[in-house]
Design a protein around this ligand. Structure first.
Ligand SMILES: [Cu+2]
Length: 165
């Protein structure tokens, strides 16, 4: 039965996609990556995980986004940047746990507040010992994400049974 195996293939693909789901966050939401935005306020309440992406929305000539060390974040130096994007919009994947620091390299912008620190938790399995400075934010995001996969697998199982009869 071609239709049955096609259905099963679709269900398997959907389950896999759900398990590997990553969130893309638009930094600053509708304000984007610019001056006069409270980015520490923007991060509060969000649970960033490894694999999630940050979308920095900015016009290429107006701003840059550099990932820097903690000390360079504090001193607003992009001279030793880990990465540096001057073409916007720029998407950066949070590929490792810990705190990631981003600043704008245009003179005066970082010191004016155009800087972003993001606490990234471990992978969605969630067991990694995290940094001492863990965020006291809401516990709502991660557990919901972890429960999604088994529920989907169960639903897929039921549908496969239905398809077989
Ligand atoms: Cu800027």
């Amino acid at each position: 039965m071609a239709s049955r195996s096609a259905l099963i293939a679709v269900l398997v693909a959907v389950s896999c996609a759900a398990a590997a789901s990553a969130t893309t966050y638009t930094v600053g939401d509708t304000k984007g990556w610019t001056t006069n935005v409270d980015y520490s306020g923007w991060t509060s309440g969000k649970n960033f995980a490894v694999g999630d992406k940050l979308l920095f929305n900015f016009a290429s000539a107006a701003h840059t986004v550099a990932e820097v060390s903690k000390s360079d974040y504090e001193s607003c130096s992009s001279n030793n940047a880990i990465s540096n994007d001057s073409n916007g919009p720029a998407t950066i994947t949070l590929s490792s746990p810990g705190t990631h620091y981003f600043i704008c390299g245009v003179p005066g912008h970082c010191s004016g507040g155009m800087k972003l620190a993001v606490d990234v938790g471990g992978s969605s399995s969630g067991g990694s010992p995290s940094t001492p400075g863990t965020s006291p934010s809401s516990p709502n995001g991660a557990p919901a994400r972890m429960q999604a996969a088994p529920a989907l697998a169960m639903a897929a199982g039921v549908l496969i049974k239905l398809a077989l009869f």
